[in-house]
Design a protein. Structure first.
Length: 91
C-alpha cells in the first residue's frame, strides 16, 4: 500500500497484525479441539479486524485521491470510481 501518511500505514499494519494473531488463535483452537463457541467468536474477531483494515486502506487511498486535483491517487494510479467499487466490495 502506497501512502504518504506513515501514521495511517502504522495503524493499518497494527490492525492486520492483530487479525493475524486472532487467526493464529483460531487455528490453534481448531487444532486443539477447541469449542465451537470459541472458534466462532475468534473467527468473528478476525473478520471484523480485516474489515476495519480494508476500510482504513480505502479511506487512506481516498484521502490521497482527494489531495490530487486530477482525482487519481499519486502512488497507485487508482481513480475515485475504482475506490468506490473497492469500498462496496467490503460493504
Amino acid at each position: 500500500m502506497a501512502t504518504q501518511d506513515p501514521d495511517a500505514r502504522r495503524k493499518i499494519l497494527n490492525r492486520l497484525k492483530r487479525a493475524r494473531g486472532q487467526l493464529n488463535a483460531v487455528i490453534d483452537s481448531v487444532e486443539n479441539g477447541g469449542s465451537c463457541r470459541d472458534v466462532v467468536t475468534q473467527l468473528s474477531a478476525v473478520s471484523s479486524a480485516l474489515d476495519k483494515a480494508g476500510f482504513a486502506v480505502i479511506a487512506t487511498a481516498m484521502r490521497d485521491c482527494v489531495a490530487d486535483p486530477d482525482g487519481v491517487s499519486r502512488d497507485e494510479d487508482i481513480t475515485t470510481e475504482e475506490l468506490e467499487k473497492l469500498f462496496l466490495t467490503l460493504a
